[in-house]
Design a protein around this ligand. Structure first.
Ligand SMILES: [Zn+2]
Length: 244
């Protein structure tokens, strides 16, 4: 989504497409489809993942649990880990990973995109690139100093690699207790103008620009249609007696 400036109207029933993390598959699989249909999208990048100095901790856990034959417990384990302070969570992930020999080659779909891929998508005019932290912690599980580093390093790396300052940010995990008022303040200080959560809902006038709602990826065509058409919202309003 290109920010069109305050006061400008979007077309009726406009949809903004977003991708998080910075996987190579966004470029390999998503970008050709965007080009085919002339659709624009925003891709939120975890800067250290693209730099290959940071791995995504949930991916490490996934690979380690699969190697140990415990893949079925992944979802519940990740939910427990997400509740821990970031430093403690990283220790648990590292200790667990040290117990298993992980496969030497990584599945292609788990790879980060290169900065060249990001630049090519940006140059197409169809893709805007935004920030998604540097090492993908849940910001509210970090000290304020660490939150500042995650946000500012991400902003600096994107600016340096892409030749323009990122304006948009997406929170990791993205529920209401995954960021705080202080987080929003740090984002503004770094130069981000808006941030997206993973709290379902439509973007309307008057919302806090640093806590914008977003729908998760639909798993079926039916779910995609119900989200885009407004059927879910209508049901929610009807159930809530008119409250949106
Ligand atoms: Zn993410």
């Amino acid at each position: 989504m290109r920010m069109s400036g305050l006061g400008q109207r979007l077309p009726d029933r406009a949809i903004a497409l977003t991708f998080d993390d910075g996987y190579a598959s966004n470029y390999q699989l998503g970008f050709p489809v965007l080009k085919d249909f002339g659709l624009s999208a925003t891709v939120f990048l975890t800067s250290g993942f693209l730099d290959e100095t940071e791995s995504l901790w949930f991916q490490e856990m996934d690979l380690a649990m699969q190697a140990k034959g415990e893949g079925a417990k992944l979802a519940s384990t990740l939910a427990e880990l997400k509740a821990l302070p970031d430093a403690e969570m990283r220790q648990v992930v590292a200790a667990y990973g040290a117990e298993v020999s992980k496969p030497k080659t990584r599945p292609e779909v788990t790879r980060p995109m290169t900065w060249d891929m990001a630049r090519e998508m940006q140059a197409s005019g169809l893709v805007e690139l935004g920030g998604h932290t540097h090492s993908h912690p849940i910001l509210a599980r970090c000290s304020l100093e660490q939150q500042r580093r995650e946000i500012f390093i991400c902003h600096e790396r994107l600016s340096a690699e892409l030749g323009r300052e990122p304006k948009l940010f997406a929170y990791t995990n993205g529920s209401s207790d995954d960021f705080s008022t202080e987080t929003c303040g740090l984002l503004a200080e770094a130069g981000f103008e808006a941030a997206f959560t993973m709290m379902s809902g439509r973007v309307k006038p008057g919302l806090n620009p640093y806590a914008l709602p977003r729908y998760g990826s639909p798993e079926t065509l039916w779910e995609a249609e119900a989200t885009a058409s407004g059927a879910f919202e209508m049901l929610r309003e009807w159930r809530g007696g008119g409250r949106a």
